[in-house]
Ligand binder design. Structure first.
Ligand SMILES: [Cu+2]
Length: 190
């Protein structure tokens, strides 16, 4: 009996975690969809067109002729590559935005940074899920008696806004696999 209760609790927890993961986190592929981590993409315009929040991830995808250095603001401004906070040379590089604030990334190869291969990421505090105007998920009204003919069609409330990056599907897949693996491990240990 206890096992069944534990299993149900675990399954509920895993399902909840997967759901929260799906709703909350967004992967932003740098420069996507029309560009990338290279010298020909207007990376600053890309960054300012996005809204990054704590919990999101920044994903750099690049060829072997580039790398990713996280640097200080002053090193970012001067394209100084001598003392990076971190260095990554194997694409894809995935950066988790764990705190609010600004982070600075440059390419450390040759003079790519001064050619524009740099991006500032401003992460906002994780926003509470305040729905935009007009989509307030109010309680569904009770069904009317028969077809009155003048009630508007119900709004589609289950529709999610497409994230700016298509990488959310990868995130969902990874979360599902992790959640399922966790569940199996817990069941085996019982
Ligand atoms: Cu480069």
């Amino acid at each position: 009996m206890a096992k069944v209760a534990i299993m149900r609790t675990l399954m509920g927890l895993v399902a909840t975690a997967m759901l929260l993961d799906l709703v909350a986190a967004v992967d932003y592929t740098v420069g996507a969809p029309n560009g990338g981590w290279d010298q020909s993409t207007d990376l600053q315009s890309w960054a300012t067109s996005q809204t990054f929040s704590v919990g999101d991830n920044i994903v750099f995808q690049y060829s072997s002729t580039h790398d990713v250095l996280e640097v200080s603001e002053s090193d970012y401004n001067s394209c100084a590559t001598g003392s990076p906070i971190s260095t990554s040379r194997s694409s894809p590089t995935r950066i988790a935005l764990t705190t609010a604030g600004s982070r600075y990334f440059i390419c450390g190869i040759s003079n790519h940074c001064s050619q524009g291969m740099k991006v500032q990421i401003d992460a906002a505090a994780a926003s509470s899920p305040a729905p935009p105007q007009g989509t307030t998920p109010s309680a569904p009204s009770p069904p009317t008696d028969g077809p009155t003919g003048n009630s508007p069609p119900p709004p589609v409330t289950g529709e999610t806004v497409d994230p700016p990056s298509s990488a959310i599907t990868l995130k969902m897949a990874a979360g599902s696999i992790l959640g399922f693996g966790f569940l199996v491990m817990m069941l085996l240990s019982l």
